[in-house]
Design a protein around this ligand. Sequence first.
Ligand SMILES: Cc1cc2nc3c(=O)[nH]c(=O)nc-3n(C[C@H](O)[C@H](O)[C@H](O)COP(=O)(O)OP(=O)(O)OC[C@H]3O[C@@H](n4cnc5c(N)ncnc54)[C@H](O)[C@@H]3O)c2cc1C
Length: 539
Amino acid sequence: MKLRDSNITKLKHQRFDVLIIGGGINGAVSASALAARGVSVALIDRGDFAGFTSQHSSNLAWGGIKYMESGEYGLVRKLCMSRNHLIRSYPSTIREVRFFTTVQRGFRWHPLILWLGTWLYWLIGNGFTRKPRFLSRRVIEAGEPAIITEGLSGGFEYSDAYLYDNDARFVFNFIRAALNYGCIAANYVESLGAERVPSGTDFEWQTRARDQVSGEAFVIHSRVLINAAGPFVDEHNRLTGETTRHRHVFSKGIHLIVPRLTPRHRVLAFFADDGRLFFAIPMGNRTCIGTTDTRVDSPCVQVTDEDRRFVLGNINKRLRLARPLGPADIIIERCGVRPLAVKGGNGADRDFLQLSRKHAVEANHEHRHISIFGGKLTDCLNVGDEICGAVNRLGVCIQHAGFRWYGEPPVAVREEFLHQARLMNLDGYTAPESSEPLSRRLWRRYGAQAIGLLENIREDPREAEVLITGTEYIRCELRQAARREMIVKLDDFLRRRSKIALVERHEVIRHSPGLMDACHILFGDQAQARHDEYFRENG
Ligand SMILES: Cc1cc2nc3c(=O)[nH]c(=O)nc-3n(C[C@H](O)[C@H](O)[C@H](O)COP(=O)(O)OP(=O)(O)OC[C@H]3O[C@@H](n4cnc5c(N)ncnc54)[C@H](O)[C@@H]3O)c2cc1C
């Protein structure tokens, strides 16, 4: 807790150029871009970083192929460019993956038309990925025996990209980068609203904050306020008296994680009973299936029996499994709302599924206030750049405007890491249950910081032992997480910094030898309390 405690002290005593409310993807990239370019920036989230919408996505960095049908070619072009930019900037984290898509007879489009559409999609994306391919029934049968081919008219295969680790880890790495560049960030600190208070001949924003752990209230001072509260942007604007041209409507989406459905490493895509694209996405030795798209009025949602029936029913209808999937096969459920930006009174009346998924950055120059509406993980680098521009236009000097604030460390650093890893035979320590060599995983998760882990293991090889049996996380990773990853609750580690709680059943985690050791490393003398709190809150 040292890092968090010292940051909270700084939040109370410093005056910042910019305060960001919300540590989902939009807040995280804004903090990272601004801090890297020399702006003094603070960020707070009332839960954990990426603890709301940004932990419930489909983990895809995609060009929005489905928006081709609504003719939103401008949006598709933009998303394809963002996807390509992400793949180039994060080659270890964001990987191209094939979408093996099948089409039922009588579907609104013939597979040949859809296949031609995938060529257009490929061209719009500058031909950056592997080429699309038409799938006849025979090719589908040979390529994926799990698919029920009766009633199929054919299919097609195309490429997009996915996040190899979970979405929340991807977001946290932007928070971590922001901290490296001097951002003062703290999780579990809520904004209760902000007001503009005269300061000399000017004014400043004073945000009333409450530390959710200690209960202490304090004020954060800043010149600019950025509202990146995701589905709560409108609510926070009401608290501060800001009126905006945009507002949010919400679309609920769920995913179910089940044991791996097929050994082939690709996404199986179908058109579900509601006509929407529906995916079975690989997640190590699990499969993540979904999603749904239901209009809701509140951001706080739960998986219903109807949602479960829809997802399981669609999979069972399309895949030939040893036995149909049932509720007992569900390892974990994920459920969130997409905050969709609409302007003024528009949008609510339009066909809900056709609502555009573009983001909007809306600035009030007089109030030096910015709201970020909508958005996608895929578009996150653009959001960071746009926020730098918007903050600059509000009168904040961006000292290092040309600095490249994102991306993996240079190739030379990676080569150095891999060379050191080879010399000490790091991959020899890879756990049998691990899906990849240890060196690859450490580099992807920690980048340049992984070099320090090598030193820990050289000093004491026990640092390479897997701590929580059945997972791949090793002792020195937990020590590093305790120091650098601001873990307040056990869920922060199990669900977001790592993906243990996404792929392991609750009961397995509960009885895993080593869990208590992990709690001691993460929480010291609070270990038992944090352990009990996790199992109380998570059933
Ligand atoms: C089912 C589903 C599937 C999706 N799939 C994809 C996909 O495959 N690819 C893709 O690119 N995008 C996808 N998205 C979209 C993407 O996940 C979201 O657009 C994105 O995560 C939203 O991020 P955000 O930062 O705006 O909001 P959030 O992640 O919700 O972050 C907002 C944060 O603000 C905090 N906050 C709120 N109020 C306060 C307050 N008063 N004080 C302090 N903090 C506060 C919250 O705690 C929260 O952490 C999907 C979304 C859903 C729901």
